[in-house]
Design a protein around this ligand. Structure first.
Ligand SMILES: [Zn+2]
Ligand SMILES: [Zn+2]
Length: 216
C-alpha cells in the first residue's frame, strides 16, 4: 500500500487497564519473537473511567493496587521464556479512542496508520488550537506504534528559525477533525527553510496531502 487515509479519533471517556511484563534489551536475554525482547500483556479491565494526567488521560486506578494481582503474565507471549522478579512490571492505563467515522476504536499504541488525535497536553498548538498527532506507517513491515507518531505543530529538529515561535515548520491546511480529507501539510505559509513539508520517520518518508499519507 502506498496511501493511508487519515481519520480523526477522540477519547471515549473510558480506559483499558492491562498488566505487562517485559525484559529490557540491556538484560542480555534476546527474544526470537518479532519485538526482539520478551514481552507479555493481559487486559484486565476495558471500560474504566479516565482522569486527566500530565500526558493525557489515564484510567482512574491506583497501579499499586495490582502489585499482588494473580493475573500478571508469567511468561513471554512470543517464546514462553519465564519472567524473573527483576524484569519490568507495568500497569498500563491507556485511554480508549473512538474514530469519528466509526472505523476503529482502541488504545493509541494500537492505532493504525492515518489515525489522528489531539495531544492537548502539549502547550504548543496548531492554527486551530489543537496539537495534532498523526500515526504514520512503517516501511519495515512491523506494525506501527507509539514511536511512529508525527506532530506537525511542533518544531522540526532542523528548524532554521529556532528563536521564532510565530512560524510553523510545517504548515497545516484544512480541518483534520471535521473534514479529514481537507488536511494537507506543506510549506505554503509562514515557515522556515527546514525540509520540504515531508514526514521523515526512521522507517518511512512521505507526505500528508488531501487527508492521505503518501510515500515520498
Ligand atoms: Zn520471548
Ligand atoms: Zn521552523
Amino acid at each position: 500500500m502506498t496511501e493511508w487515509e487519515c481519520f480523526w479519533t477522540a477519547p471515549s471517556g473510558l480506559a483499558r487497564v492491562s498488566l505487562r511484563r517485559f525484559v529490557y534489551s540491556s538484560a542480555g536475554r534476546p527474544c526470537p519473537g518479532p519485538a526482539g525482547y520478551h514481552n507479555a500483556s493481559v487486559v484486565i479491565a476495558d471500560g474504566v473511567p479516565t482522569v486527566h494526567h500530565d500526558d493525557g488521560l489515564i484510567a482512574a486506578i491506583d497501579p499499586a493496587d495490582y502489585r499482588d494481582d494473580p493475573r500478571w503474565p508469567t511468561s513471554c507471549d512470543a517464546c514462553a521464556d519465564v519472567f524473573r522478579a527483576e524484569d519490568a512490571w507495568q500497569v498500563n492505563q491507556d485511554p480508549i479512542h473512538l474514530a469519528a467515522d466509526g472505523r476503529w476504536s482502541g488504545v493509541l499504541r494500537d492505532a493504525p496508520p492515518g489515525a489522528m488525535w489531539d495531544a492537548y497536553w502539549y502547550p504548543r498548538k496548531g492554527p486551530d488550537g489543537i496539537c495534532l498527532v498523526v500515526r504514520t506507517p512503517r516501511g519495515d513491515g512491523r506494525p506501527a506504534g507509539l514511536g511512529d507518531d508525527w506532530m506537525p505543530d511542533l518544531r522540526a529538529s532542523n528548524c532554521t528559525r529556532p528563536d521564532d515561535d510565530a512560524h510553523y515548520c510545517w504548515v497545516r491546511h484544512g480541518d483534520p477533525r471535521a473534514i479529514p480529507c481537507t488536511l494537507t501539510v506543506d510549506k505554503d505559509g509562514d515557515t522556515c527553510a527546514a525540509g520540504a513539508g515531508s514526514i521523515a520517520k526512521p522507517t518511512w518518508h512521505g507526505f500528508l496531502r488531501a487527508g492521505r499519507l503518501v510515500n515520498a
